[in-house]
Design a protein around this ligand. Sequence first.
Ligand SMILES: NC(=O)c1ccc[n+]([C@@H]2O[C@H](COP(=O)([O-])OP(=O)(O)OC[C@H]3O[C@@H](n4cnc5c(N)ncnc54)[C@H](OP(=O)(O)O)[C@@H]3O)[C@@H](O)[C@H]2O)c1
Length: 330
Amino acid sequence: MQQQNILVIGGSGFIGSRLVNALSLGNHFVTVPTRRRQRARHLVQLPLVDVVETDVHDDARLDRLVAGRDAVVNLVGILHGRRGQPYGADFARAHVELPRRIAAACARHGVRRVVHMSALGADPKGPSMYLRSKGDGEAALRAQSGIDLTIFRPSVVFGPGDSFLNTFARLQRLFPLVPLAGANTRFAPVYVGDVVSAFVNSLTGPHARDTIGQTYELCGPKVYTLAELVRLAGQWARVGEGCGRIVLPLPDALGRLQARLLELVPGEPLMSRDNLDSMKVDSVCSGALPGFVPALGVAHPESLEAIAPSYLDPRRQESEYDALRATAGR
Ligand SMILES: NC(=O)c1ccc[n+]([C@@H]2O[C@H](COP(=O)([O-])OP(=O)(O)OC[C@H]3O[C@@H](n4cnc5c(N)ncnc54)[C@H](OP(=O)(O)O)[C@@H]3O)[C@@H](O)[C@H]2O)c1
């Protein structure tokens, strides 16, 4: 596949950073817009990567970013936002209006290839603002003519630097007991490296064209309840003398009260009522596990057991920068 010029919106985050790194290693030019250059400083040193501080919500700037690209990837996502029906303004802006505007800009500039990150359970009629806005975002993209679209819907994504398992490990280092809402919700955690391989193959792989017009669910090889995941995170992080803390499942009403209180703490809440609403549906793939379709090049997705202990165990941890540098061969 020849060298491509790819715009990765949301490329500074957990999944995006790894995708940008992989595309750069594949000898592709990558541009990463960010609201704050500081957030993307770990990408600045990568070969063929251009980090641009800008506002992708401004149409003129978005037009300039999109023009002349071979492909545009959208990874922008938020977990928390103001409340509203069917969702508040923050979810509308990030998950619905931005994809719609990206698709329109691509069509205006003749950029056909668009790869979009949604989430498992995305549904305009879903139980949470997150899932409803992700569902409407998908619909907005599909409504745009003149683009070649692929949509990915992963379950929770794990890997070094994830916020999911790392947060539960950190909490257990601080507290002897974890009162847990949504304890029975099921997840099929998928490794960030496999998610990135799926994106890279859909953009530049030998069967990339087969992925056009498709929506793919991405899951790891095994299903766990949230309580099981929290216990494993504690065990692998070697808290409580290596065996994790006590996980106390909360009934719905108490879980909601806990989320309400956590929303009042300044900064990003650990858990919101909307996160709880998302967990009213399991985050598991509808088809048989495991394995992605052949065009995505991941026949055997990595298991949590094979990867997570290496970055949760404080004795084996490497920094985010070291991890990126190692994969970049620097
Ligand atoms: N991680 C998971 O387990 C998981 C599971 C399912 C689906 N997803 C989806 O995968 C995507 C990437 O997830 P991630 O975990 O890599 O997220 P992340 O680490 O939080 O990164 C989010 C990215 O989006 C950008 N962004 C956030 N809010 C924005 C806004 N209002 N306007 C413009 N840019 C904004 C950030 O850019 P700057 O801050 O640099 O501007 C950052 O690059 C998201 O769409 C998410 O919903 C993630």
